[in-house]
Design a protein around this ligand. Structure first.
Ligand SMILES: Cc1ncc(COP(=O)(O)O)c(C=O)c1O
Length: 493
C-alpha cells in the first residue's frame, strides 16, 4: 500500500473530479435515476476479490457504476418529499469533516469540532429566535431531533412526578399521555415508539392540517398525570403552522411539556415575511428541525433544541472512566444526542450560515417560499389543475381531477424526467406534492416545471374524455405508485 499522503491524494483527486462532473451535469440531466436498485445490484455485488486494489481505481469504479442510479436531488428541478440541496460552502465543509475524521463526541478530544458546532448552535438559536441558553444537539435528521425533544419531555414530566426513569425505567411508571395533531409527521409516532410511549392521542386539525386549539384544550381536560404535547411548524402537505402561542399556552396551562416538530418549517422563523404564524414559538420546551432540508447542508443533519440544557443532559448524559468529560461550558456533544461516537454534523451548518450570513439565510428561506408561490400561480393557470392547499410557505399540493388522473399525471411527469415531484394522499384525495427545498431553484426551473406539468396533463386524457381517447403513449393510469423509477429506461450495457 503506497505511503499515506499519496494514497489519499489520488483517491481524493478522483473523488473531486467525479463530484465536479456530477454537479456539472445536475442542472440539465433528467432528474430521476435511470436504473432501479435491483438492476444495479449485480454491478456492485461482484465476488469480493482476494487482493487489495488501487484506492483511486475504486473511487473511479464507484462513480462509473453508480451514475445510472443517482437521483438528481441536488437539482433545482427536484421537488420530491422534503429534501434540501447542498450549498457549496456546506459541501466543502462536509468534505473536510470526512478528511478530519473527528469522532466529535468529546469536547476535550475534538476541540475544533466542538467549538465550531457550539458556534453554529448559537447562530441557529439566534436566527430562529429561540432561548439562547437552550441545549442544541446535531442529530442524524428530523426523526432523531424529534426523538431528542420527546425523550427530554419524557424525562422531565416523569421527574416532575417523582419518577426516576434512569433507575427504574418505564415499567410501573405513571402513564405519560402524548397529544399530537392528526397531521403530525410519521416520525413523531416513530420516536414515541422508540421511547416506549405508544401512539399519541390525536387532536383534530383544521382544513390546512393545523391543530385546533379548542380541541387541544378539550383533550387536555381529559388528561390526568404527566403529559406531552407535540405541535408542528410546517405541515407536509399544506406547509401550515400550528397556532403556537395559543396552543403552547393551553398546554402549559396543564403542565405539559411542549415539543415542536419543525423539520423544514422552523426556518420560517428567520423571515420577516413568513415568521408571523410562528408567533410564540420560543415559549415551547423543545424544537426539532433539519439542516439537510431548508438550510441545504448535505445529508444527514438534524438539529434538536431543548430549552432546558439540564434536562437534555439528564436525558442523554453518560459518565464513564475511560472518557474525558467536559465539566465546564456547554458539555460534551454526545450528551445532547442519542449517539456517543458521532460525525461532526454541525460543521457544515456553521459553513452554510457563515457563507449566507443573516441576510442570505433570510433570502434562502424567502426564495424557497417565493418559488413555491410562483409554481402554484403558474400551475393554477393550467386547465384541470386545482391547487388544494393555501400556499403559506414551501409546500404546494395539487390535483388533476380524479385520483386516477392525478396519479397518471404524476407518473407521466416522472417519466418525462425534466422535474421530480412526488405523489401523496391528503384529506381524502390523491395529490401531487411540490416541496421547494433547494437553494438553487430559480425562475427558469419554475418555468420549466410548469411546462413539464403542462406536458404531462396534456398527455393524460381529462376525466371527461372517454377512456379510448387516450393518446397512444400515455402511461396507463394504474401504474402510478408515485416516485418509482420506470424500469424500461435502464441504460444497462
Ligand atoms: C414535518 C416533518 N417532520 C419530520 C420529518 C423527518 O425528518 P427526517 O427525514 O430528517 O428524519 C420530516 C421529513 O420530511 C418532516 O417533513
Amino acid at each position: 500500500m503506497p505511503a499515506q499522503p499519496d494514497a489519499y491524494r489520488d483517491a481524493l483527486e478522483k473523488a473531486r473530479a467525479h463530484s465536479a462532473e456530477w454537479l456539472a451535469s445536475v442542472p440539465t440531466r433528467p432528474v430521476g435515476p435511470s436504473n432501479t436498485a435491483d438492476e444495479l445490484a449485480p454491478r456492485f455485488a461482484v465476488p469480493l476479490q482476494d487482493e487489495p486494489t488501487d484506492p483511486g481505481g475504486v473511487v473511479d469504479e464507484l462513480a462509473w457504476l453508480a451514475e445510472p442510479g443517482l437521483m438528481a436531488m441536488p437539482s433545482g428541478r427536484f421537488f420530491g418529499w422534503v429534501i434540501g440541496g447542498t450549498l457549496p460552502a456546506a459541501l466543502g465543509a462536509d468534505w473536510l469533516v470526512s478528511a478530519w475524521d473527528q469522532n466529535a463526541g468529546m469536547r476535550y478530544a475534538t476541540p475544533a469540532a466542538a467549538a465550531i458546532e457550539e458556534a453554529a448552535a448559537g447562530w441557529v438559536l439566534d436566527l430562529l429566535g429561540l432561548p439562547r441558553a437552550s441545549g442544541v444537539g446535531f442529530t442524524t435528521g428530523g426523526t432523531m431531533a424529534n426523538f431528542v425533544g420527546l425523550a427530554a419531555g419524557r424525562q422531565h414530566v416523569l421527574e416532575a412526578v417523582g419518577w426516576n426513569l434512569d433507575a427504574d425505567g418505564l415499567s410501573g411508571a405513571p402513564r405519560i399521555t402524548v397529544l399530537a395533531g392528526e397531521e403530525r409527521h410519521a416520525s413523531v409516532d416513530l420516536a414515541l415508539r422508540y421511547l416506549g410511549l405508544g401512539l399519541p392521542r390525536t387532536v383534530v386539525a383544521d382544513d390546512q392540517g393545523r391543530i385546533r386549539p379548542d380541541a387541544l384544550a378539550d383533550a387536555l381536560e381529559k388528561v390526568d398525570g404527566p403529559v406531552i404535547v407535540c405541535l408542528q411548524a410546517g405541515n407536509l402537505h399544506s406547509g401550515a403552522f400550528d397556532p403556537m402561542r395559543e396552543a403552547i399556552a393551553i398546554a402549559h396551562g396543564h403542565g405539559a411539556w411542549v415539543h415542536v416538530d419543525g423539520a423544514f418549517g422552523l426556518w420560517a422563523a428567520v423571515s420577516p415575511l413568513y415568521r408571523d404564524p410562528l408567533d410564540g414559538l420560543d415559549t415551547a420546551d423543545s424544537w426539532a428541525t433539519d439542516a439537510h432540508k431548508t438550510l441545504n447542508v448535505p445529508y444527514d443533519c438534524g438539529i434538536a433544541i431543548v430549552s432546558r440544557p439540564d434536562v437534555l443532559l439528564s436525558t442523554f448524559g453518560v459518565r464513564t472512566s475511560y472518557l474525558i468529560h467536559a465539566d465546564d461550558g456547554p458539555g460534551d456533544p454526545f450528551e445532547k444526542v442519542p449517539e456517543m461516537s458521532r460525525r461532526a454534523r454541525g460543521i457544515p451548518v456553521w459553513a452554510a450560515l457563515r457563507s449566507l450570513g443573516r441576510r442570505g439565510t433570510i433570502e434562502l428561506v424567502e426564495g424557497l417560499a417565493a418559488h413555491a408561490r410562483a409554481l402554484a400561480n403558474g400551475l393554477a393557470a393550467l386547465p384541470g389543475v386545482e391547487i388544494v392547499n393555501e400556499v403559506v410557505f414551501t409546500q404546494v399540493c395539487l390535483t388533476f381531477g380524479s385520483d386516477e388522473r392525478t396519479r397518471a399525471v404524476t407518473q407521466r411527469l416522472i417519466d418525462d424526467g425534466a422535474v421530480w415531484m412526488s405523489g401523496s394522499h391528503w384529506r381524502g384525495r390523491d395529490v401531487l406534492r411540490i416541496s421547494v427545498s433547494n437553494w438553487s431553484t430559480d425562475d427558469a426551473d419554475v418555468a420549466e416545471s410548469i411546462a413539464a406539468v403542462e406536458r404531462a396533463t396534456s398527455a393524460v386524457p381529462s376525466d371527461a374524455a372517454p377512456a379510448d381517447a387516450a393518446p397512444a403513449d400515455a402511461a396507463p393510469a394504474d401504474t402510478a405508485p408515485a416516485g418509482s423509477a420506470p424500469a424500461d429506461t435502464a441504460p444497462l450495457d
